[in-house]
Design a protein around this ligand. Structure first.
Ligand code: ZN
Ligand code: ZN
Length: 239
């Protein structure tokens, strides 16, 4: 478990969920920060800092540190905000014309995501998935686009657990059979449905919402038992 001071520092840096002093005291502002964070990442909102909240907070900071490292910083990806992480955020903000406050909020995340070193003309090769994972199960049609493949890797990376693409590309016939809407983004290879082993659909959905908020995807829904716990995310016409 992170110490209370470290939780406060992490939650201050991450979207400014904690707005008080780093004093190691669990008062109202700290409890509010726990709740806002829990709600943001799709955990049960009880204001109690248990192991799920702890693990998730570490994971979110690790993501932030890895994102920064893509821009040439050399941070230890340990999920703990210390001076090196704060300085990297500030330096990144300065170089990108943002307010230099060391707080990674939406604007900083948008820059981190939006200016990701862009790809060459080579088709994207997934780190974790085979091409066949995205093919239509009835006929093998595979139109899967790079943007949605990157998102699949991103989700797999974020949770650090094996994930299954329950639906990628669908031919029109298969789309009809599974009750997909006509012209579903699955028929153009712009959508995936994904399940992460040992992670609730609502947590996957919450992370997918962050991806949508960052502008890399158009829409997400699901994560419910009707969807077999799968979460749908698509890039729509963004690629
Ligand atoms: Zn098919
Ligand atoms: Zn879907």
């Amino acid at each position: 478990m992170l110490t209370i001071k470290q939780r406060q520092q992490n939650l201050k840096t991450y979207h400014y969920f904690y707005k008080g002093n780093i004093d190691g005291i669990v008062g109202n502002q700290t409890k509010t920060a726990y709740k806002n964070f829990q709600s943001y990442v799709g955990l049960a909102v009880d204001g109690i800092y248990g192991s799920n909240t702890n693990n998730k907070l570490i994971l979110c900071i690790k993501d932030l540190q890895s994102q920064l490292n893509k821009f040439g910083y050399n941070l230890a990806v340990d999920g703990i905000v210390g001076n090196n992480t704060l300085n990297a955020i500030k330096d990144f903000q300065k170089k990108n014309g943002l307010v230099v406050d060391g707080i990674a909020g939406d604007k900083t995340f948008n820059k981190l995501n939006g200016s990701t070193p862009t790809p060459s003309n080579e088709p994207y090769k997934c780190k974790y998935f085979k091409d066949s994972d995205f093919a239509c199960p009835c006929c093998g049609l595979n139109l899967q686009k790079d943007g949605s493949k990157r998102i699949a890797d991103d989700i797999r990376d974020h949770f650090g657990k094996p994930a299954i693409i329950t639906s990628g590309t669908r031919c029109a016939k298969h789309n009809k059979e599974v009750g997909g809407v006509a012209g579903s983004y699955h028929t153009t290879g712009n959508a995936i449905d994904i399940v992460v082993n040992g992670v609730s659909g609502s947590e996957v959905l919450a992370y997918c919402r962050q991806i949508v908020a960052s502008g890399r995807a158009r829409y997400t829904y699901g994560g419910t038992s009707q969807m077999g716990n799968a979460t749908h995310i698509d890039t729509g016409g963004l690629e």
